[in-house]
Each structure stands twice: as structure tokens, then as C-alpha cells.
Design a binder for this molecule. Structure first.
Ligand SMILES: Cc1cc2nc3c(=O)[nH]c(=O)nc-3n(C[C@H](O)[C@H](O)[C@H](O)COP(=O)(O)OP(=O)(O)OC[C@H]3O[C@@H](n4cnc5c(N)ncnc54)[C@H](O)[C@@H]3O)c2cc1C
Length: 329
């Protein structure tokens, strides 16, 4: 029997499995390993400390993986502003190549001792003090038993939903890849609002450049290019005795927040700490974690609503009140 079964080998799953393996646990990670996240993403200055905290700070010095990003230029509503990262704690931001990051993190996890199973978890249930999961691999079903299960399956929240959690949708959004027109960004992330949502443009390693447009399904109707889910969603509760959702499976943020990688690393760190502790991932740790995830998400939601409320054509749709935070019923 495994100590921990991890569902998904994105940044959250690969990081938690490395931390748990380093903590002496017998860990397996299940992922179909089909398709990769081909995207440049911003590692904001506050996130760089999390790379240090999980022992991966050196990745941010690898020019094949990252490109220095000096700040954000926002052309938002009636206002143009520039935020220089040098004035932040942490001081530097980076555009990171997600495909390479995922590959490196999986390698780190393998080296730490985690076992990788190429497949998809299609069922999970509690059986006395352990969990029984069904893994679909090459058309066959394999049964795996584990004391603890960690859902790092991204927006699918494949295990958490099966264990009774609810995905609470705050706003349905899509992101559509656009053709990136060369412009002088001066090493900054460019963010621009328009009547149908907003868009951003980022330069990564080897001079690669990407642009994405974010909006509702109606806003992006007729847009061409790869379309991905970018909704703002909270999974509640995000943990229970013996199980936890981490990364996007716990809370998925609007790309406007640039918070996904930070959330993947911080939730991996928190859950690895709880699992290896003497008390383990029992009811009190699960409740405290779930509440921390919910509050982090609601803070980000408040900031997001404040930003959207300044949009000329659609700002009125967003309440700027800090809504009292009671757990979803
Ligand atoms: C357009 C866009 C732009 C973004 N930009 C930024 C940014 O600039 N900065 C930032 O910090 N964040 C950004 N994000 C968010 C970031 O991409 C995510 O937060 C991050 O990918 C979350 O990592 P994860 O490991 O939780 O999930 P994922 O990366 O989604 O990984 C989930 C893994 O689980 C696997 N899986 C799914 N179901 C199963 C199953 N049943 N069994 C086994 N495996 C399964 C999948 O194959 C996948 O490998 C952006 C998101 C979008 C959509």
C-alpha cells in the first residue's frame, strides 16, 4: 500500500510528490501524460520566494526556462500605468516556459523517489482508514490503495469532486491564444483592456512571444485560436481527513491574478507539511487548510473585482464590496 497517491503531475502534483518523497513517504503519481501546457506564464515577484521555499529557486536562474520580466504595463480603462517589479519585495519577475517547467519538476520528483504511473484516475472511494483508487491505463483498470490521496488534477478536481467537494464557480471565463504582434515590451508584461474583456502579451526565453485574450464565452465568440478554461472557481471543502486538493484543483484563478503557480507551490508545501507531520492530515489540519484556501481565493476575488470594476463598458457588473466571507453551504 502507498503512503500517498497523487492525481496529476502538473506543477502542484510534481512539487507535492517531490516534497513527500523527500520526507520519506512512499509516493506514486498518476497522470495520463498526454498533451502539455504550452504557455508562457508570469512568475510574479512574490512567487519567487515560493520557488526558494520548495528548494527550487535555482530554476529561476536557468535561461532556457525563464526570461527576466521587469514589470507590468497596464493600458486599462482610461489609465495607463507601469508597475516596476524592482520596487516589490522579491524584486524580480520572470516569464516561465510552462512546458519546460513541468518537465523539470517531474524530473525533480522522480529523482526524489516518486513513482510515476501513466494513466488516469477514474474512481476513488474511502475504504475504512485508506482509499481505493481505480487507474485506467492502456484500456486496463488497476486498483491502487493509499493511506492519503492528493488531488492535483487541475481544474478537473477529479478526486475532490468524487470525495464530495463542490466546485463553486465565481465567474466563467475563457482564454484564447492570439497572434503575438512584435512590439517593444521593454521586458514587461503588457496588459490591455478592451470592450470584449482584456488581453496580455508576454516575452519568454529564446525571444518567444505570446498573447492571450480573456473574456466570457460571449466576449470571445468568433475568436480563432486555442481556447482554454480560465474561470475563477473555488473547490469547497478543499480537504478532508486523509485527502486534499492542491493547485488549480483547490482554487483556480483568473489569469489576471497571476496566482496559479504560487497557489500550486504554496498548497503543495502546506499539504506535504501536514501529511508528514506527527498529527498527519486529520480533521483539524484539513479544516484549517480548507479555510486558508477559501480566504486566499476570496482575497484574490476581491482584488480581481476591483480591477474589473474600472473597465469602461462593463465595470458596473462588478461589486467592489468586500463580501463577508462565510463558507459556501
Ligand atoms: C490562459 C492562462 C494563463 C495563465 N497565466 C498564468 C500566469 O501568468 N501566472 C501564473 O502563476 N498562473 C497562470 N495561469 C494558471 C496556471 O496555469 C495554473 O494555475 C497551473 O497550471 C496549475 O497547476 P496544477 O498543477 O494545479 O494543474 P495543471 O497544470 O492543470 O495540471 C493538472 C494535471 O493533472 C492531470 N490530470 C487531470 N485529470 C486527471 C486524472 N483523472 N487522473 C490523473 N491525472 C489527471 C493532467 O493531465 C495535468 O497534467 C494561467 C492559466 C491560464 C488558463
Amino acid at each position: 500500500m502507498l503512503d500517498v497517491l497523487v492525481c496529476g503531475a502538473g506543477p502542484a502534483g510534481a512539487t507535492v510528490s517531490a516534497l513527500l518523497s523527500n520526507g520519506g513517504m512512499n509516493v506514486a503519481v498518476v497522470d495520463p501524460m498526454v498533451g502539455t501546457t504550452e504557455r508562457l506564464e508570469l512568475v510574479a515577484p512574490s512567487t519567487t520566494r515560493l520557488f526558494d521555499a520548495v528548494g527550487l529557486g535555482s530554476l529561476l536562474r536557468d535561461p532556457d526556462l525563464v526570461r527576466f520580466c521587469s514589470g507590468i504595463r497596464r493600458d486599462w480603462g482610461a489609465k495607463v500605468s507601469v508597475e516596476e517589479f524592482l520596487s516589490h519585495r522579491g524584486g524580480a519577475g520572470y516569464a516561465i516556459d510552462r512546458r519546460r517547467l513541468d518537465r523539470v519538476l517531474r524530473e525533480v520528483s522522480r529523482k526524489a523517489g516518486a513513482r510515476f504511473i501513466c494513466g488516469r484516475i477514474v474512481a476513488v472511494e474511502r475504504e475504512h482508514s485508506m482509499f481505493r483508487a481505480r487507474v485506467r491505463r492502456d484500456g486496463l483498470n488497476i486498483t491502487v490503495f493509499a493511506r492519503t490521496v492528493v488531488d492535483a488534477s487541475g481544474r478537473a478536481a477529479a478526486l475532490a469532486r468524487r470525495l464530495g467537494a463542490r466546485r463553486v464557480l465565481h465567474e466563467a471565463l475563457l482564454a484564447c491564444r492570439k497572434e503575438a504582434v512584435p512590439t517593444d515590451t521593454r521586458g514587461r508584461l503588457l496588459v490591455e483592456s478592451h470592450s470584449a474583456g482584456w488581453s496580455y502579451r508576454l516575452e519568454g526565453p529564446e525571444g518567444r512571444c505570446e498573447a492571450w485574450e480573456v473574456g466570457s464565452k460571449a466576449d470571445l465568440r468568433g475568436s480563432r485560436g486555442q481556447v482554454v478554461d480560465a474561470s475563477s472557481v473555488l473547490c469547497f471543502p478543499s480537504a478532508g481527513p486523509g485527502w486534499a486538493a492542491i493547485g488549480d484543483a483547490a482554487a483556480s484563478f483568473d489569469p489576471l491574478c497571476s496566482q496559479g503557480i504560487a497557489n500550486a507551490l504554496s498548497t503543495a508545501l502546506a499539504i506535504a507539511g501536514a501529511v508528514v507531520s506527527n498529527a498527519g492530515l486529520g480533521e483539524p489540519a484539513a479544516r484549517a487548510y480548507s479555510e486558508a484556501v477559501r480566504r486566499t481565493f476570496e482575497n484574490a476575488e476581491h482584488g480581481r473585482r476591483l480591477t474589473y470594476s474600472t473597465l469602461p463598458d462593463r465595470g458596473h457588473r462588478y461589486s467592489t464590496e468586500l463580501t463577508p466571507s462565510a463558507p459556501p453551504s
